[in-house]
Design a protein around this ligand. Structure first.
Ligand SMILES: Nc1nc2c(ncn2[C@@H]2O[C@H](COP(=O)(O)OP(=O)(O)O)[C@@H](O)[C@H]2O)c(=O)[nH]1
Ligand SMILES: [Mg+2]
Length: 282
């Protein structure tokens, strides 16, 4: 059985990270958080909720810098990256991991294939994302449905091929473009993007949109052979939901969480709801 590491960059997410860690399926072998710039109790609450969490200190700015440090520290055969703000549900990790255990190298979450969706996309971001996706597909001869979405998993061997170097949010573009150009076997799986539980996004639509464009320009030549880009296969699914009974999506009070003693109630020991997806209508 392939081992699974989850890498989570964190920047002041003390109120959101507990939900994310509690939603982690039991088959995840390792959780790596990358922090170094948080001014709050993010690292402490992570250790409180999950004693075996691996903490990587990365004081330099940027999601890309943080992810690269996390990938280097992760020990699993399969690496999953997701956000700490509660916008990506760890319960979906199974959909990412299972294609990787069979025929695929790289699995990308998509809000647009059947079964996916978003509670968080503004009109401007949605429009920009569609335009960038179209542009990427034209130059890459690929058929991605959702470029700017960073719920991604891959086999660790891919890191040698991908040779990541981006520092900011454009690392997602770099990953996706290089995966297609390298001809990796790519699947898209549906994912439902939720709203941030609390706090504000660190992404600035225009500045980061521009960085995505610049990355694409750097990565793509004007002419690519029509077979150069890999064709991601969309693994569509019926819409599904996961039970959310034990862990309501409300901001956690970090101080009362940290006040729990080692002998007190341990949230990580609360029985996990069934890992199996509940198909709506059943
Ligand atoms: N370590 C680290 N994490 C970051 C940094 N910037 C953003 N993040 C994390 O990256 C994830 C995505 O950031 P977010 O602000 O939610 O951006 P959005 O989802 O694109 O709107 C979150 O888990 C953040 O805490 C950073 O400079 N360093
Ligand atoms: Mg977010």
């Amino acid at each position: 059985m392939a081992s699974v590491s989850v890498v989570i960059p964190t920047l002041n997410e003390e109120m959101n990270l507990p939900w994310v860690l509690r939603r982690m399926p039991s088959y995840v072998d390792e959780v790596v958080i990358v922090d170094g710039r948080s001014k709050d109790h993010t690292v402490d609450v992570a250790r409180q909720v999950r004693v075996d969490v691996v903490v990587v200190a990365e004081p330099r700015k940027g999601k890309g810098v943080a992810l690269r440090a996390g990938f280097a520290a992760a020990s699993g055969d399969i690496i999953v990256m997701l956000d700490a703000d509660g916008s990506m549900d760890p319960r979906e990790i199974g959909w990412f991991v299972s294609p990787l255990q069979h025929d695929y190298d790289f699995v990308k979450g998509s809000r647009y294939v059947t079964g996916g969706g978003s509670e968080d996309l503004t009109f401007l971001r949605s429009f920009g994302n569609r335009a960038l996706t179209q542009l990427a597909n034209t130059v890459l001869h690929s058929n991605y449905s959702d470029l700017c979405y960073g719920y991604i998993a891959f086999r660790r061997e891919c890191l040698e091929v991908l040779e990541l170097k981006s520092d900011g949010f454009e690392i997602e573009t770099e990953l996706i473009v290089r995966a297609a150009r390298a001809g990796l076997r790519i699947a898209e799986v549906p994912s439902i993007e939720l709203g941030r539980i609390s706090g504000a996004s660190n992404l600035r639509t225009f500045r980061d949109g521009w960085r995505v464009l610049r990355t694409m320009a750097r990565e793509c030549t004007f002419w690519e052979a029509p077979t150069a880009g890999a064709r991601p296969e969309a693994l569509r699914r019926v819409k599904y939901t996961y039970p959310n009974i034990n862990f309501p999506r409300t901001p956690t009070d970090p101080l009362s969480l940290l006040a729990q003693t080692a002998l007190g109630p341990q949230p990580s020991l609360v029985p996990q709801p069934s890992l199996l997806p509940r198909v709506e209508g059943n």
